[in-house]
Design a protein around this ligand. Sequence first.
Ligand code: NAG
Ligand code: NAG
Ligand code: NAG
Length: 548
Amino acid sequence: MGSYVNTFAVLLPSALFLSFTLASIFRRTGTLIGGRFRQASRARRELLLERVATEKRSHQAEQEHRKGKEIKKDDVWEQIEGSLLGSEEELADRDWDGIIGFFHPFCNAGGGGERVLWAAIRATQARYPSATCVVYTGDQDHDKTAILRRVKDRFNILLHPPTVHFLYLSKRDWVLANKWPRFTLLGQSFGSLVLAWDAFSLLVPDVFVDTMGYAFALALSSWFFPTVPTGAYVHYPTISTDMLDSLDTGGQGINAGTGAGFRGKAKRWYWQLFAWLYCRVGSTIDVVMTNSSWTQAHIQTLWGPYRNNETDSDSTDIDVVFPPVAVEEVVSNVVVSEASEKKREPSILYIAQFRPEKNHQLILEAFASFMQSSPTFPSYPGATPKLVLIGSVRDSDDATRVYKLRLLARELHIADNVEFICDASWSAMLERMQTCSLGVNGMWNEHFGIGVVEYQAAGLISVVNDSGGPKLDIIVEVDGKPTGYHASTKEEYAEGFTKGLSLSPEESLATRKRARKSAQRFTDKGFADKWIRNLNKLVKLQIARATK
Ligand SMILES: *[C@@H]1O[C@H](CO)[C@@H](O)[C@H](O)[C@H]1NC(C)=O
Ligand SMILES: *[C@@H]1O[C@H](CO)[C@@H](O)[C@H](O)[C@H]1NC(C)=O
Ligand SMILES: *[C@@H]1O[C@H](CO)[C@@H](O)[C@H](O)[C@H]1NC(C)=O
């Protein structure tokens, strides 16, 4: 017995010592490699900064030249700068002149993720005019001028050219899904490490930000460069708790019930291993932002506990930063005022593609039962309620669906009160947003719901399913009062219609104004404010670590 205790007394400290040594060797190896990267890219860094300085001078000269000739100044830039900064709580470190690296290998793709990237860079430029933004991209066949022109055309985002630069990655195919037909999750993550290696050999930034979901690249950065703060903007978790649960029989989705047998077991182990890695990786990231409450909840479950233990930041720092939606366009075209209330009819608007998950059938049934209650609405004397369905018809399946919905409307005896508008133009939609009173959305568990944000911007009172983004993020209270209603069943939808249309004229206008205010969270300005708040944290960290 005694010898056991003795052995234990020797073993335990040795094990501790060993693990401590291993951990320290691991850390040192990282910083050693990192040091090599810094050294190797030093010349490029200096060249880049020189180029920034030259471009700044020539840009300024050009501006002055234009002013002198009194040509109409198209520099929206200064306007943006002013509008973004006036309201910021603090302007500390305004002359910070570090390099922020944005890891976005597909920056020319022109999708929603890219809109976020460019809006983020624009906000960054406004907040830290002396900083340099560098985008690591794999779009080798597009030069800076071409990319910036596309950003302007596609998103109407005007960047300040002197302080944004592109570094070209040559190993982008490593992160493509078709390179990894098996073990795609692990393969792509490994690929992102290769790509990050590629990036660091081009330039070591002072702050490293990933806007595409390559969390492993950020972890590699922290290992090589412990003083470089990292930030992640997460659109979607790489692995979600739903996926793990779906392996159990009774779950939903494509993997439902595949958890049985040996293959199932192996798959479960593989996913669990990956989830474990993903969680560890997440714990190394200094600042985390997500694009919605749904993503935040998932990232919180995965990364939260590890972040609590491993970083000094607390896990509640995972911030929701909504991507910008074209709210301003609706606001400037649709009036919400006492006078415009006269134009509104007791009509309910549903803008959605004619796809099955949009659940038009349920909305028709709900409308029918609402009509059966023979409603009268003092705020809209003499008018009969209508349901207006606007949607695009992409193919013959959609067309068949519209045909069936028309039949259903007839069966339900509401055909005279239902209007179908296929492939409406934007101006026709705006017109309806001005004349309808309510907006409805029938989809269950919609991740977000740009359409619902547009309803709000137009001052429509919304009735949406009690789930997903419309519930969590969009139709929420403003100043402690509702901006719409949540419903789960057709009866509840009908009830929502009745409630929304029975509001007194004053209450109705007040609700519209609240809805419009709620939509302000999704504007470019709303995005920029929150982005800057998180960026401030990164810059503070950088300054603190660099002077330590
Ligand atoms: C967040 O990103 C995911 C994946 O791209 C997308 O499905 C979702 O709609 C986005 N959420 C918002 C609020 O844009
Ligand atoms: C975090 O630390 C607590 C106690 O310090 C421990 O109980 C918990 O298991 C740890 N969580 C993880 C995910 O390591
Ligand atoms: C609406 O949401 C509830 C709860 O989230 C869900 O159970 C229900 O099926 C949804 N209804 C429709 C019509 O999608």
